[in-house]
Design a protein around this ligand. Structure first.
Ligand code: NAI
Ligand code: PHE
Length: 354
């Protein structure tokens, strides 16, 4: 599909496309909806096979940001930025690219606020903000930000796992359950630590041996290969790596009671929500589970919340998830459909932008 047909066929509001001639990168900013407020979303930096694939990812991720903020009843819209790099850039070239990116964000005048995502860090957000743009969240504490979003995201996943166990077994107390975590990066590693601290058995997989090596000191963690993680017999499978991992190939292999994880866009296609339900697996919609980071960071930095207030909002996500589970059961629909309806209702109730 060409860039033109992708943009024409997308239901979002705005797409900004910049080819960075100096290093060959493409900057693609997808603004899905500003109905609830200015668009917010992370910056994903990685190579892609082509610009069309990168733009499709940006658009899909921006839609999830709209859903994430709407479901959490947070006054922000959804956007996402993808920087498609030609390969690994050296440190100097990368920093210069981030500065040019910061100037572009600034030119958008507050239409889009960004933060870190896969391939970018709070330190990178410091560089973006050094251009003078205020439209950036999750800088390091040293630079005056609230720090990264991984920790509150991991805490949100943790509370959602407990709410899911309560829904399935009538008790949310941890101890003795088994969770399979795919991806032991920023979010996954913190989640794993919290779970083992509370007596949960964890099986983890990561394609990066260094990420797994960092878990070696933890008792109660077993590691398996990236392919084997799907077949682990467990209570909860927690995707914390990348998108599209729940699909026609992987779902029949799952041996869990529920899926609750941080990765954005876990379902490869909308039909996969049905496939999970037919397999008897309770699916916690990803954007209901992984909103903790964005909400806590934006709340602290833009709304002056204390860390306690932010934590309170992160915990509240588990309550919303419980409601979605009940709604799905009562209506005989998938949990994904229940979440989608809740998002549509929030958006419909908000005034359309002028
Ligand atoms: P990260 O990049 O720090 O960690 C991801 C880990 O997954 C890496 O260690 C990587 O080696 C591993 N990985 C990638 N593909 C894999 C595969 N096929 N099998 C096994 N391991 C694989 O990213 P982070 O920040 O931990 O985020 C994890 C996921 O959660 C991402 O999808 C991200 O978009 C999403 N997310 C993150 C938020 C945050 O605040 N950091 C907020 C909301 C969503
Ligand atoms: N990676 C975050 C997410 O997907 C994006 C984000 C981080 C947005 C921090 C705002 C602030 O939710």
């Amino acid at each position: 599909m060409s860039l033109q047909s992708l943009i024409e066929g997308w239901e979002g509001e705005t797409v900004v496309v910049r080819h960075d001639r100096l290093c060959g990168a493409w900057i693609l900013i997808a603004i899905h909806s500003t109905r609830l407020g200015p668009a917010g979303g992370g910056t994903r930096m990685r190579p892609y096979p082509d610009v069309e694939t990168a733009l499709r990812d940006a658009c899909h991720l921006a839609e999830s940001m709209t859903a994430k903020f709407a479901l959490a009843d947070f006054p922000m819209g959804g956007g996402k930025s993808v920087i498609m790099v030609p390969g690994k850039l050296d440190a100097g070239a990368r920093e210069e690219l981030l500065r040019r990116y910061g100037r572009l964000i600034h030119q958008l005048g507050g239409l889009f606020y960004t933060g870190p995502d896969i391939g970018t860090s709070p330190e990178d957000m410091d560089v973006v903000s050094e251009t003078g743009t205020p439209y950036v969240f999750a800088r390091t504490e040293r630079a005056g930000g609230s720090g990264g979003s991984a920790a509150p995201t991991a805490r949100g996943v943790y509370w959602c796992i407990r709410a899911t166990l309560e829904h399935l077994f009538g008790d949310d107390q941890l101890g003795g359950q088994h969770v399979a975590v795919q991806g032991a990066g920023g979010v996954g590693s913190l989640l794993i630590r919290r779970l083992v601290e509370e007596g949960v058995r964890v099986t983890a997989a990561d394609r990066d041996p260094e990420a797994l090596a960092a878990l070696e000191e933890l008792a109660g963690v077993r590691t398996v290969s990236p392919e084997a993680i799907y077949g682990v017999v467990c209570d909860v499978f927690s995707p914390c790596a990348t998108g599209g991992v729940l699909n026609a190939r992987t779902i029949p292999r799952l041996r869990c009671r529920a899926v609750v994880g941080a990765a954005n866009n876990q379902l490869a296609t909308p039909e996969d929500a049905l496939r999970l339900r037919e397999a008897g697996i309770l699916y916690a919609p990803d954007y209901a589970v992984n909103a903790g980071g964005a909400i806590a960071v934006v709340g602290i930095e833009a709304k002056g919340w204390t860390r306690e207030q932010a934590e309170d909002r992160v915990r509240r996500m588990a309550h919303t998830l419980r409601e979605l589970y009940h709604l799905a059961e009562a209506r005989g629909i998938t949990t994904e459909e229940a979440a989608r309806r809740a998002v549509q209702a929030r958006l419909a109730a908000a005034r359309a932008p002028d």
